[in-house]
Write a protein that binds this ligand. Sequence first.
Ligand code: FAD
Length: 518
Amino acid sequence: MHFLRNLIILFLICIAIKINLCVPTIPSSLKTLPIDGHFDFKQVHHAAKDFGNRYSFLPSAVLHPKSASDIATTVKHIWEMGPGSHLTVAARGHGHSLQGQAQAHRGVVINMESLQGPKMKVHTGNFPHVDVSGSELWINILHETLKHGLAPKSWTDYLHLTVGGTLSNAGISGQAFRHGPQISNVRQLEVVTGKGEVVNCSEKQNSDLFYSVLGGLGQFGIITRARISLEPAPKMVKWIRVLYTDFATFAKDQEMLISGGSTFDYIEGFVIINRTGLLNNWRSSFNSNDSAQASHFKSDGRTLFCLELAKYFNPEEMAIVNQEIMTSLSQLNHIPSTLFQSQVSYIEFLDRVHISEIKLRSKGLWEVPHPWLNLLIPRSNIHIFAQLVFGNILTNTSNGPILIYPVNKSKWDNRTSVVLPEEDVFYLVAFLSSAAPSSTGSDGLEHILSQNKRILELCEIDGLGVKQYLPHYSTNGEWRSHFGPQWEAFVHRKSTYDPLAILAPGQRIFQKAAPLSL
Ligand code: FAD
C-alpha cells in the first residue's frame, strides 16, 4: 500500500518537474522594468476569459500599462531575451474575442484598458478626424465626437469593443457597403512592433507596417494610437424592416440597394427561422411603430428574410427624407404587408445592441458560451449557400441571430492583411449562437459546434470560396489555406515586424521562436 502511494507521489513529482521544464517561467527581471504602470502576477484570471466563454489560458502576468512606452519597454525586454525564452505577449482590448485570441498561455497579457496616453482629440475642418488611444471603446469615441457634431463613418453593430480589437480584424457593419469597414477609415497608427519599437505609420509613412497591422490579427504590432476619419453626424435615424419569403428576391433587393447611390445609410439583413425574433432579437432594440401589425403577421413556420435599413437625417429634413424613403421602398419586392418602421436618435441606433446586453446580463444569459461562426461568401455562391444551410441544416430553429448582408469589395483596401473572397461583392453571414450551459440538446454547445462544422464542410465540399471572418484554426495547414496566395506576404510581414513571434499567440498562427516557414 505504502509502496503504491510513494510511487504515485513520485510520479506526480516527475510530472510537476516536467511541466516546469517545458513552460516559460516569468523572469524576475520583469519586476524590475522601469515602467509607470505595473505587473500583476496574482490577479490574472480575468485575462483568461473572453466573450466566447470556451477557451481559458492562464497568463503568468498581466501588465497594466500607463503609456505606450510601458508596452514598448515590456515587448523590447522579451524580444531581447531571444529565442531561448518562450514568453509571449497578447494585447487584450475589451476581451470580446470568441476563441482565446487575446489570451497568452503562461505569457504576458497587456490589459490595454489601463493605457492612459494623450486624451482623445477631435480635429474639425475639411478633413475631420479624431486621435484616440488603441484601447478606446468605440462608444466613448461616439460620445466625444458628437460634442463636435461629428462621428466616425464606419461601425460595428456593438460599440463596447476597442479600436485595437476591431482594427485587428476589420470592423464590419451596415455602413460598410458605402464606407468600407473600419480599417478603410483609419489615417494613421502608432504601433509597438514585436521588437518593442514605437513606430508611427500611415499610407505615406511606413506604409507596409500600416497595412500589415490593419486586419492583421494582432500579429505585427500593438496599436497604441489611431487617427480615425469623421463625418458630420446626423441627429436622427429612420429604422426600417421589411420581410421576404424568397431568398433570391431578398438578395436581389439587397444587392440593388448596395450598388450605386442608395438612399439608405445602413443596409443589413437577417434570417428568421420558425419566427424566432420576428421583430426583435437580442442584437437590437427595434420597436416598431407598427407592432400590432407585426404581431399579427403569420410566418406559418416558414424561413423568412428580414431586410434592415436605416436612413440618417436631421429633424428639419424630415419631409424630404420621408419622400426619399418612400421612393426607395417602392423599388423593393418585399411582402407588402410587412413594412415596420421606427424612429430613434443616432446614438440609440448605433448603441442598439447594448440595450440587449443589459437585458441579457440581468438574466445571466450574456456570459454563456458563444460558438459564433462568421463567414464571407462570394455573391455567386450565396444562393447555393442559403439553400444548403437554411433549407437543410437550420430548418427548425436557430440559437441566435443570423445576419446576412452584402458589401462592396471596392471599399476595402487590398494592401491590408485581411483575407477576403475573390468577387467584387461578397456577403457577411454571421451565426451568432448562444449555447445553453450544460444542455445536451439542440441548444447545447456540442450540437451548435457540430452544426458549424457541417456548414464549413459543405462550403468546402461545394468549393464555395468562403473565407472565415474573425478566423480561428488550429493547424498551420488550415492557416495557409485561409490565407491562400496571401500567406507568403503574411509570413514575410511577420518576419519583418515580429520575427520571434512574440505577439498575439492566442491566434495560434505562429509559434514563438519556431522558424517561420513559407
Ligand atoms: P480583444 O478580444 O481584446 O482582442 C482581439 C484581438 O485583437 C486579439 O488577437 C488581441 O490580441 C488583438 N488586439 C487587441 N487590442 C489590440 C491592439 N491595441 N493592438 C493590436 N492588437 C490588439 N465585429 C465586427 O466586425 N462587426 C460587428 O458588428 C461585431 N459585433 C460584435 C458584437 C459582439 C457582441 C461581440 C462580442 C463581438 C462583435 N464583433 C464584431 C467582433 C469584434 O470586432 C472582435 O471580437 C474584436 O476583436 C473585439 O474587440 P476587443 O476590443 O474586445 O478585442
